[in-house]
Design a protein around this ligand. Structure first.
Ligand code: FPP
Length: 227
């Protein structure tokens, strides 16, 4: 039986380079990147296998960027969630997030809550945006809460306490932009994920390339530690 790409996670890298190569400001790359998020999510919602698409939209490290770029990303995200609400509804996509959004503006937090509420009954695809997300922090917080509750730390108890575990293990983890690292993304859930690194910059990533990666994924032997 071939592998099923139930949960796909993507590290969307290369927006800045895409823009710089064209003599544009970096934020133009993020703008184009948001369009690719829409195209890919729509494609995934019509895919027979994909149930969860987790996208790394803002890491805990991204606050280190110039304030102007951080502000732009926040505005872009807010506008995206507002303007694309119809797209979520039309494609029956449930919107979810992982990460600590308490540092975001009240307006953005409200927008996030509104879209979650509007889309909570949909089940064709769950799109999970990782926002102010860091995997080590999430694992440490889960361990701390187990200790404080006097519970034993086991794989099962940790699994239940890690916020992002509720979306299940990652089958296929893709990173665009040519770097080959995980950058603190879904470390627990990717224990047995198949990894794919493509040099394509995120604004150039297409549903066709996703399909060719899924084809390749299907040919890989997943043994989960067995033989
Ligand atoms: C990495 O590119 C990308 C980000 C840090 C942000 C990801 C954001 C988007 C794809 C657009 C907004 C998302 C939504 C959901 C509306 P980079 O800037 O690190 O690129 P570089 O490595 O070429 O500098």
């Amino acid at each position: 039986m071939s592998n099923i790409a139930r949960h796909i996670a993507i590290i969307m890298d290369g927006n800045g380079r895409w823009a710089t190569e064209r003599g544009l400001r970096r934020v133009k790359g993020h703008e184009r990147g948001a369009e690719v998020v829409r195209t890919l999510t729509t494609h995934a919602s019509n895919h027979p296998e994909i149930e969860v698409l987790t996208l790394y939209a803002f890491s805990t490290e991204n606050w280190k960027r110039p304030k102007m770029e951080v502000d732009f990303l926040m505005r872009l995200l807010n506008n995206y969630l507002k303007n694309e609400t119809e797209t979520y509804i039309r494609n029956e996509v449930r919107f979810e997030t992982i990460g600590d959004i308490s540092r975001f503006s009240p307006a953005l937090q409200e927008q996030i809550a509104r879209l979650k509420e509007t889309t909570k009954h949909f089940s064709k695809l769950t799109q999970v945006l990782a926002l102010n997300y860091g995997s080590q922090d999430e694992i440490a917080r889960a361990a701390k809460s187990l200790c404080e509750g006097g519970e034993e730390i086991t794989i099962e108890s940790l699994e239940k306490s890690i916020e992002s575990s509720r979306f299940g293990p990652v089958d296929l983890l893709i990173r665009t932009g040519g770097e080959q690292r995980l950058s603190n993304f879904l470390l627990w859930q990717s224990a047995y994920a198949e990894l794919f690194f493509t040099p394509t910059l995120w604004p150039d990533f297409t549903p066709e390339e996703l399909e060719s990666i899924i084809d390749d994924f299907k040919k890989r032997q997943r043994r989960f530690g067995g033989i």
